[in-house]
Design a protein around this ligand. Structure first.
Ligand code: AMP
Length: 142
């Protein structure tokens, strides 16, 4: 599938759409999922244009998983989570709804969580959760 430069996450990367960012560097952006399946649901995306994992370069894939690991540690700390779920969907047949590769980080289990991309979360609550994750990332880097 050809990469659509106007997909939602490409627009977020270019700041053409708003997002609640918790982390950014030269290669990676992490921001809050606006339809969270659970409190603290965070998305991590590479800046490289790739629809899914199959299209991502080896270099970007290696970099991305290290960033996912770091941000998952911060999310775990921010929500005092005993466990963290990390998932990544490839292709509409697998349930992928945004055609720019991303990892989902969700505190706790998906069992009993809300539906996937089902309902807009409370913006104020998500903003407060984003602040907790930023603070945890700051602590990790101390
Ligand atoms: P996927 O179905 O794996 O492609 O996941 C896409 C995720 O993006 C879903 O969990 C959606 O809730 C989330 N999402 C869609 N639009 C936005 C947006 N504008 N800002 C933040 N998250 C979004």
């Amino acid at each position: 599938m050809a990469y659509d430069p106007d997909n939602i996450f490409a627009k977020i990367l270019r700041d053409e759409l708003p997002s609640m960012r918790v982390y950014e560097d030269d290669t990676t952006l992490a921001f809050m999922d606006m339809m969270p399946q659970a409190k603290g649901h965070t998305l991590v995306i590479p800046k490289e244009a790739a629809v899914d994992l199959h299209e991502l370069s080896n270099v970007a894939a290696a970099d991305l998983i290290v960033k996912v690991q770091m941000i998952a540690s911060a999310v775990k700390q921010a929500f005092s989570a005993d466990g963290i779920t990390i998932f990544q969907l490839n292709g509409a047949a697998a349930g992928q709804t945004v055609p720019h590769i991303h990892f989902h980080i969700v505190p706790g289990s998906l069992l009993g969580a809300k539906g996937h991309a089902a309902a807009q979360g409370d913006s104020d609550e998500i903003a407060a959760d984003a602040e907790l994750i930023r603070a945890a990332l700051h602590n990790l880097h101390k």
